[in-house]
Write a new protein. Structure first.
Length: 326
């Protein structure tokens, strides 16, 4: 099979088109003939070595869509030929065939095409899990989404509204992204990230927000603590800015009625796969009903994976980026 692989960590130039043996599904696994693979910041982290050193030719890709090609022993509820989306905790999506644990293979509703499904399993599951699992969004909550124009952020804005949020705000890096997010995903307002605390306080009449979703880190995370309403929570689910970790004092958390919580899909896949599957199916149902839309703005061929990584790494992306594999 054709695949994009890397043998050493580094920039996007380490990604190479190679020919590898077709994988085979083991017990409890599903082999998928990949149609589309989502492109995510997690795959940049994989390439940079944040997940450890590569072991030989390593194929990244944390989500994909396609048709079931074969079933491993013990897999039920799926048939060869079924249209599916899959979360791939160990990577493998940047290839013509990928193996996924059956728990993370999701039948695609008729209303969801393979192209949309290719950018769904990681993005939707994360957005839903961050809100419903970690942040515990409740009807009437006011939500602030950092990286509001990206794949997870844009889905989270719509999911928050579907789960009852009364107001949804966002922050982005440029005025152009602010206009895109504001006009596409139904935000009440979107602010350029520099100086966002003052903008949030003004928009909420000084009260602040109940939930902040933060995949950025560093100074953005620190400033987010100061825009929380009483019993508000900052929910962390990434480190896109690659700042050093923060050391936070505890006293301001309890003295100001604040909460800091986190979400990591990889950890959840290992320790509570059934919760992950529930989140994934609930989010996919919102896409099928039309309450949530994945806006695919860029599509690259498999051999162009390096260019897709450069787009994300330089912060030029908006919406969802996918690779066309089949």
């Amino acid at each position: 099979m054709r695949a994009i692989a890397f043998k050493e960590t580094g920039g996007s130039e380490v990604l190479r088109l190679v020919d590898l043996p077709d994988p085979e599904p083991g017990p409890g696994e599903v082999l998928i003939r990949v149609a589309y693979a989502g492109v995510n910041y997690g795959e940049i982290q994989h390439r940079l070595g944040d997940f450890g050193a590569p072991d030989g030719e390593t194929v990244t890709g944390l989500e994909a869509s396609g048709r079931v090609a074969a079933l491993g022993e013990g897999v039920e509820g799926l048939s060869v030929g079924d249209r599916v989306a899959a979360y791939l905790p160990d990577g493998g999506g940047y290839a013509e065939y990928a193996v996924a644990p059956a728990s993370f293979v999701l039948p695609l509703p008729d209303q969801v095409d393979l192209r949309t499904g290719g950018g769904a399993a990681l993005v939707l599951t994360t957005a839903y899990g961050v809100l419903a699992g970690a942040a515990r969004v409740a009807p009437g909550d006011r939500v602030l989404v950092h990286a509001a124009a990206g794949g997870v952020g844009s889905a989270a804005a719509q999911i928050a509204r579907a789960l009852g949020a009364s107001a949804v705000y966002g922050t982005v890096s440029t005025p152009e992204k602010a206009e895109y997010a504001r006009s596409t995903f139904g935000y009440d307002d979107v602010f350029v990230r520099d100086g966002f605390p003052e903008a949030v306080r003004a928009a909420t009449d000084g009260r602040g927000v109940d939930i902040v979703l933060d995949p950025v880190g560093g100074p953005t995370r620190l400033a987010s603590m100061d825009v929380l309403a009483p019993f508000g929570r900052v929910t962390v689910y990434g480190e896109a800015a690659r700042h050093p970790d923060l050391t936070l004092p505890v006293l301001p958390i309890w003295k100001n009625n604040r909460t800091l919580t986190g979400y990591n899909i990889g950890d959840l896949s290992r320790r509570d796969p059934e919760a992950l599957r529930r989140h994934a199916l609930s989010a996919l149902g919102l896409v099928a009903s039309g309450d949530v839309r994945i806006d695919i703005t860029e599509e690259y061929g498999l051999e162009e994976a390096g260019e897709a990584h450069r787009l994300l790494g330089e912060g030029r992306n908006r919406g969802k980026v996918v690779l066309r594999v089949a």
